[in-house]
Design a binder for this molecule. Structure first.
Ligand code: OGA
Ligand code: MN
Length: 233
């Protein structure tokens, strides 16, 4: 039998199409950079692959069925009523212990590297959680990050809701930095991704009429103090 030499440059993994449309297209990626610089936000329809969107949705529904979601933004029991008046979502932080969540985190990591090349933002890491908003719940107007204290630089929201109708509510409303002028009202439709500057755009989630499923994430700077890297969250 012939002794075939080992190929010298065999790929380590099979290359697959990225699950984020922005990573497949240079013009689209340019439009993200442009939009973030010029207006502080970007919206992509069909930004996330439909298979990945469905898998994430199924994963979140499983977590919900297992009672594995926690109330968001509550430090102590005393804060509970206050928090409930500000935000009514239930969350679960994404981790690499889970294959579907890893697929999204890998994509967002690739997007981080590409954004850094184009925009020189120095984004250091990405953290994200699933969010489930029961019918009637909302998230009052807020900023994701405050200038100075800030290490959240770019916010990312990904929507997982098929067949979201005009009357289903639950829109994300983006406001101009210092006024109540609405910049955009975005329905939480499956496949959509919104990116915006965390320190600049106040925003809110209007009450939804149906179960509302999403992922909220943040690209952060490296906020290291005394050589100790401040962990995510
Ligand atoms: C958030 C947030 C927006 C949305 O979780 O901080 O603003 O549309 N989410 O879910
Ligand atoms: Mn927010």
């Amino acid at each position: 039998m012939a002794n075939h030499p080992k190929p010298t440059s065999a790929p380590l993994t099979t290359l697959t199409e990225p699950d984020l449309a922005v990573l497949q297209s240079e013009p689209l990626l340019d439009s993200v950079g442009q939009a973030l610089c010029d207006q502080g936000w970007w919206l992509g329809d069909a930004a996330v692959d439909p298979d990945l969107t469905r898998a994430l949705r199924a994963d979140l529904e499983t977590l919900r069925a297992r009672d594995a979601l926690e109330r968001a933004g509550i430090g102590r029991d005393l804060d509970f009523q206050l928090a409930e008046r500000v935000r009514g979502d239930r969350i679960h932080w994404l981790s690499r212990a889970n294959a579907v969540q890893t697929r999204l985190l890998d994509q967002m990591e690739a997007l981080r590297l590409t954004l850094n090349q184009g925009l020189f933002l120095g984004l250091f890491e990405f953290e994200a959680h699933y969010a489930y908003y029961p019918p009637g719940s909302f998230y009052r107007r807020h900023l994701d990050s405050f200038r100075g204290a800030a290490n959240r630089i770019v916010s990312a929201v990904i929507y997982l809701n098929e067949d979201w109708g005009e009357d289903d509510g639950g829109e994300l409303v983006l406001y101009a930095e210092t006024s109540s002028v609405e910049l955009a009202r975005i329905a939480p439709r499956a496949g959509r991704m919104v990116l915006f500057l965390s320190e600049e755009l106040p925003h809110e989630v209007l009450p939804a009429q149906r179960d509302r499923y999403s992922i909220a994430g943040w690209y952060r700077l490296n906020a290291s103090v005394n050589n100790q890297i401040d962990p995510a969250r």
